[in-house]
Design a protein around this ligand. Sequence first.
Ligand code: PLP
Length: 359
Amino acid sequence: MPSSRPLRARIHLDAIRHNYRYAKQLAPHSKALAVVKANAYGHGAIAVAQALADCADGFAVACIDEAMELREAGITQPIVLLEGVFHANELALVDRAGLSVVIHCQEQLAWLLAARPTQQFNCWIKIDSGMHRVGFAPSDFNRVYAELRACPHVGELVAISHFARADEPNLPYTTQQIAVFEQALSGLIIPRSLANSAAILAFPNAHAEWIRPGLMLYGASPFAEAQPLAMALRPAMTLESALISVRNLPAGEPVGYGGSFVCERPTRVGVVAIGYADGYPRHAPTGTPVAVNGQVTRLLGRVSMDMITVDLTGIIDANVGATVELWGTIIAANAVAAASATLAYQLFTGIGRRVAHCY
Ligand SMILES: *Cc1c(COP(=O)(O)O)cnc(C)c1O
């Protein structure tokens, strides 16, 4: 449904292609699964996968519906279900669509061994090296590997694990996870996959045979602090809207719900068509950066469902219709996230249904 509301997410597919190639350049001996779960972090899974189809080694998604959407759109590369299947009856579809499955628990292992597929399953054996969410205990790896290897309808095997704290590169935890993982494999020659975006950027010793870039594909740094290698990423989403009203308020007048902001001086205030129902974080406080006509200014007062208010002091040509960037190339999504005590991950995946995507 075309909307007359000026709000849209401009998706820069060339930036995503650049970021994918950059991940591969950082890990020149690894293949890369482009992580496109959650509608490619809000960027549009089909468009992103098609933009990467000529260069990606494979894709990763969270569930079978996300995988089927890509197969139906003509994606032929390997697609890995990062959480495997949630029920044995999904394995028929896994077989038909030629998907690869993570096996992270005993139940999934039993379902897979009992299945009677028409072709072999490629399985990614998940080891819990310290995240303590899903995965087999390191001491179970040899047994699980042996059962899968002995099964005639099992094809390629990959050992996979996930980092809990790779975005804190000065801590020893990631290095410890790598050691736990390697020890579980006890020298076995098997393709391995460990690195999310943060580890691709900060832990070259975790690159192994398959990297799994997610957030970095979309151009946001996974680190809270500046990191030199993350500076080369290109933001892939510009969330923009426009001023729909402008008013001059005298000092002492409150703005918006709760009167949480009171004008310190006579203030030119702009109203922007975006709110928390569109995915703009409701907890963004006064002072959160926003750009009007390409000039950086600040949010004022509370975020409403459909509107926000911004300070137009000193902004040239700030009239109704002026373009407002909420995040993108001028305002880093991470800056909005940091001000709002959340992450760029949540901002991207929280983009609302009313936001049109333009490619
Ligand atoms: C989401 C996910 C990734 C990608 O993580 P980023 O931090 O976005 O790079 C990698 N591996 C697994 C298992 C995931 O669930």
